[in-house]
Ligand binder design. Structure first.
Ligand SMILES: Nc1ncnc2c1ncn2[C@@H]1O[C@H](COP(=O)(O)OP(=O)(O)OP(=O)(O)O)[C@@H](O)[C@H]1O
Ligand SMILES: [Mg+2]
Length: 402
């Protein structure tokens, strides 16, 4: 019962995970006319769930049937022996009747216990999965006594010392290797490099989604593992490459980091992100529902909401993953302005895809195959004729002013 119940639960989880994934990407599914294929795949998953449920029900039926059969048989046999004993005068009819009543009571109690035991086994099977999840240990131990960070200043200092990292799921390749660099408070660093160079990975380490395998990273002089995770992430604002919005109002989405933020603070963040004007123009202003994943906004508007969200807590360290998706010239310009005002008065690391951003950076880090291959300003690196020069010629050329 326990094993079958577990299997049933697993199949159910599989099919609902599949449904969630496919419905989330329904636009892609429809755009390649894969509805039939997905429906068939889901049908198979549901069939497996039904099969698992049937196996469980069958096992249960056999169990219960067996219990009823054996108790009835025992009862009948006992009754027969009792009748024989009464006939032979070894006991009285009253005594037999009394015994039968007791045994029936006892047998039904045992049957109920058997049923409850079956239910318990079923619950145990279902709970196993839950317990496994609850028993998962984090690979990011939090310190028992977190070190206090120095009071926040105009920006944070960062230091990376020989950082090396491999993703646990890909232990044979180094995603980052021997990264040693420093960022002074208030500096803007542009991180550039070919696709797959390790730029996003670097951000994940700075947010301590993973710990580096070699070397260490320090924020304001304190190694990250000595800080509480909440304490670290309180100091870091992130604007991801693809903005993530939730079903809810514009206000709720911006105030996500601090649900108690006042309307004035939310508006100030929106202003800084150049989002205030378009939000005001929405039917219900800040209370307008943005739809699931923010589907009722344009790409550029979603990006500005994401920037406003990162700015709300006024983080001394800002991590920006510039969107690669092309926006029209006007939204592009507004988002650019929003990013520029976001960088004011704080330390910013920006994964840059635009010439305007790299030109304004204090220093550029060029990553390639997980290594920091060049550092310097735009002018220095361009004249050096290395990887940056060729990247700049390819990626940024179109945007370069004549
Ligand atoms: N979760 C993961 N598990 C295993 N490998 C990963 C994971 N995420 C990224 N990688 C690998 O690590 C390398 C660096 O990826 P990363 O996302 O940092 O690239 P990137 O520089 O941000 O590229 P892009 O400019 O395309 O965003 C890639 O080879 C990628 O395949
Ligand atoms: Mg990336």
């Amino acid at each position: 019962m326990r094993r079958l119940s577990r299997a049933n639960q697993d199949r159910m989880a599989d099919s609902s995970a599949m449904a969630t994934e496919v419905l989330g990407g329904i636009a892609v599914v429809q755009s390649v006319a894969a509805e039939g294929r997905e429906a068939a795949r889901f049908g198979q998953a549901v069939q497996q769930t039904v099969r698992a449920a049937l196996r469980r029900a069958r096992a249960r039926a056999v169990l219960v049937g067996f219990i009823i059969l054996t108790t009835s048989a025992a009862l009948l046999w006992g009754l027969y022996l009792g009748v024989v004993a009464v006939q032979e005068g070894r006991t009285s009819a009253g005594m037999l009747g009394q015994t039968v009543v007791y045994i029936v009571l006892l047998a039904s109690a045992v049957a109920v216990i058997g049923e409850v035991y079956g239910d318990l086994q079923r619950a145990a099977g279902a709970t196993e999965r839950l317990m496994e999840l609850l028993g998962t240990h984090t690979t990011l131990p939090e310190p028992a006594h977190p070190v206090a960070l120095p009071p926040r200043a105009n920006g944070a200092a960062l230091a990376l010392q020989g950082v090396g990292f491999r993703y646990p799921s890909r232990p044979h390749t180094w995603a980052l290797q021997r990264i040693t660099a420093e960022v002074q408070p208030g500096q803007t660093v542009a991180v550039v490099g070919p696709s797959g160079a390790g730029k996003t990975t670097l951000f994940q380490l700075l947010l301590r989604f993973y710990d580096p395998e070699q070397g260490h990273i320090a924020l304001d002089g304190v190694p990250l593992p000595q800080l509480g995770l909440a304490q670290l992430r309180q100091r870091v604002g992130v604007v991801p490459q693809e903005p993530v919005l939730f079903a809810g109002s514009a206000h709720d989405n911006i105030a996500y980091a601090d649900p108690n933020a006042s309307a004035a603070r939310v508006q100030a963040a929106a202003r800084a992100a150049h989002a205030h004007e378009f939000i005001e123009a929405l039917p219900q202003g800040y209370q307008t529902e943005l739809g699931e994943r923010g589907v009722r906004l344009s790409g550029g508007q979603r990006q500005r909401i994401a920037i406003a969200r990162a700015l709300l807590k006024n983080p001394p360290l800002l991590l920006l993953d510039e969107a690669t998706s092309a926006l029209d010239a006007h939204s592009e310009q507004v988002v650019q302005q929003a990013l520029e005002s976001a960088m004011q008065g704080r330390t910013t690391l920006v994964i840059a895809h635009r010439l305007a951003t790299v030109q304004k950076a204090d220093v550029i880090w060029v990553l390639d195959h997980g290594q920091l291959v060049e550092t310097g300003t735009h002018a220095q690196l361009r004249d050096q004729g290395g990887l940056y020069a060729s990247l700049a010629a390819l990626q940024f050329h179109a945007a370069e002013p004549a």
